[in-house]
Design a protein around this ligand. Structure first.
Ligand SMILES: CC(C)(COP(=O)(O)OP(=O)(O)OC[C@H]1O[C@@H](n2cnc3c(N)ncnc32)[C@H](O)[C@@H]1OP(=O)(O)O)[C@@H](O)C(=O)NCCC(=O)NCCS
Length: 189
């Protein structure tokens, strides 16, 4: 399978290109952008993540797309759909996620890319549900989830199994959205 290219008003969601690697590595190395992850990524870890995203896309036909701004071709970050590798009460599932370079926060790009991803998830992929998760302190990410119309049930809160026991970033909140409720949140972006 290949990763399809999607388009929204201001963005193209596409597979990664070799020339995206330095900008992707820069955003993955930014301590502020990565403060809710256990550690920023090295260049090698960032390149390896692109390889994993590529393999995931080949296996599933969807994934974390590279986000390109249509106006000027700028690489602004990543967003899209993925099958988590860990086991939790809500897996197997498809998650939606986003990570933008800081220069591109505050423009609605994450929400716009997520809307295109959910259109794909509930349209061509015909998924029943998509989830999103983050740490309680990551309010910007939860604001994206809320704008999409995703809902949190505190009963779904969980300890992320890939984060060490006792680590402050181990507790997570879970948001869900069902196909029947899409595109309820899209007008609120
Ligand atoms: C999470 C993250 C993607 C959110 O980015 P963001 O810029 O806050 O979210 P959006 O792109 O949806 O932009 C929304 C903001 O743009 C504003 N905006 C400006 N122009 C807009 C437009 N044309 N349309 C919509 N919103 C617009 C909104 O009012 C909102 O502003 P606010 O934050 O002051 O309320 C970003 O903080 C990030 O990359 N963080 C690091 C990685 C991370 O933590 N990822 C999540 C892990 S689970």
């Amino acid at each position: 399978m290949t990763l399809p290219t999607l388009a929204s008003d201001r963005l193209i969601l596409r597979a990664y290109r070799t020339e995206d690697r330095p900008a992707f590595a820069a955003l993955n190395a930014d301590p502020e952008g990565m403060r809710y992850f256990p550690a920023p990524l090295t260049r090698a870890e960032s390149d390896a993540l692109i390889e994993r995203i590529h393999d995931h896309g080949a296996r599933h036909g969807f994934g974390f797309w590279a986000l390109e701004r249509r106006a000027d071709g700028a690489f602004i970050g990543m967003a899209g759909l993925a099958v988590p590798r860990f086991t939790a009460p809500f897996t197997p599932c498809v998650e939606i996620g986003w990570r933008l370079a800081r220069a591109f926060w505050g423009h609605g790009y994450a929400t716009e890319a997520a809307q295109a991803s959910l259109d794909f998830a509930f349209g061509p992929l015909a998924l029943d549900q998509v989830v999103a998760f983050t740490v309680p302190a990551n309010q910007r990410s939860q604001a994206v989830m809320a704008r999409l119309g995703m809902r949190r049930d505190p009963a779904d809160d969980f300890e992320h199994p890939e984060v060490a026991d006792g680590h402050p970033l181990r507790p997570h909140v879970l948001y869900r959205i069902d196909r029947a409720d899409w595109p309820a949140g899209s007008a609120a972006a």
